[in-house]
Design a protein. Structure first.
Length: 233
């Protein structure tokens, strides 16, 4: 009842008093600064960190990559040609051995015989590398060496890959190496990123990059890019 009477009295008032209008806020003499939202902890830490380095700032070159090789040809030599080379054990029935020609990466397989003839070749026919088994009945016994009377050497993985460095390395010699022995390979520096270098019988300088070594089977195999700087005609 009291609420109804109050409503009737207000509605019958002939001159209701209007509600006061709020006074405008005083104008500040200095410009108003809007509040700045604080960044979340994750966002703040991200902004405080130094800029992320680009790949060119941090990445170290892969020595075995063909893009890292300086293929500049000096006077007296033609531009470098590019192909592939590789080593792979042959089925050992007659002590078969593989010979690799570093002028073009080609290879051939021939029976090597036994005894004193094991690991020898009577007619290299331009080959620089010989890959042969000591015994056919043992696993992990294939050896790699330079063919006698050839100029072959190992260019370490941390050295620049260029004509000059490869020509210099070719004179260091390359004796027999058991490829399935990873300890021996690493000790000699025959690792991915290194290269076998040669001055071939044609006078060319060849650089056989060791891009991949697979010793997951009984015998190790090797593959890579071969660069050859032939002598100018």
């Amino acid at each position: 009842m009291i609420g109804i009477l109050a409503t009737l009295i207000v509605s019958n008032d002939p001159d209701p008093v209007a509600a006061p209008t709020p006074a405008p806020a005083p104008v500040s003499s200095s410009p108003r600064t809007e509040p700045t939202a604080l960044p979340s902890p994750d966002h703040a830490s991200a902004e405080s960190e130094s800029p992320t380095a680009t790949p060119s700032d941090t990445a170290s070159p892969n020595p075995s990559s063909s893009s890292d090789a300086d293929l500049t040809a000096p006077a007296g030599y033609a531009e470098a040609t590019e192909t592939m080379w590789g080593l792979a054990p042959s089925p050992c029935n007659q002590h078969e051995q593989q010979l690799v020609n570093l002028d073009d990466g080609s290879s051939r397989v021939e029976p090597a015989g036994t005894g004193e003839d094991n690991g020898a070749t009577k007619d290299p026919r331009g080959a620089e590398l010989l890959y042969w088994p000591i015994r056919c009945w043992d696993s992990g016994n294939y050896q790699l060496r330079a063919v006698p009377n050839t100029r072959v050497g190992l260019l370490p993985a941390d050295k620049p890959k260029s004509f000059e460095s490869c020509k210099a390395a070719s004179g260091t010699g390359f004796g027999a190496l058991g490829l399935f022995d990873s300890y021996d390979r690493e000790k000699r520096g025959f690792v991915e990123g290194a290269a076998l270098c040669s001055v071939t019988d044609r006078g060319a300088v060849s650089m056989a990059l060791i891009d991949h070594i697979d010793d997951g089977s009984d015998e190790a195999s090797v593959s890579g890019t071969l660069y050859v700087w032939p002598k100018s005609p």
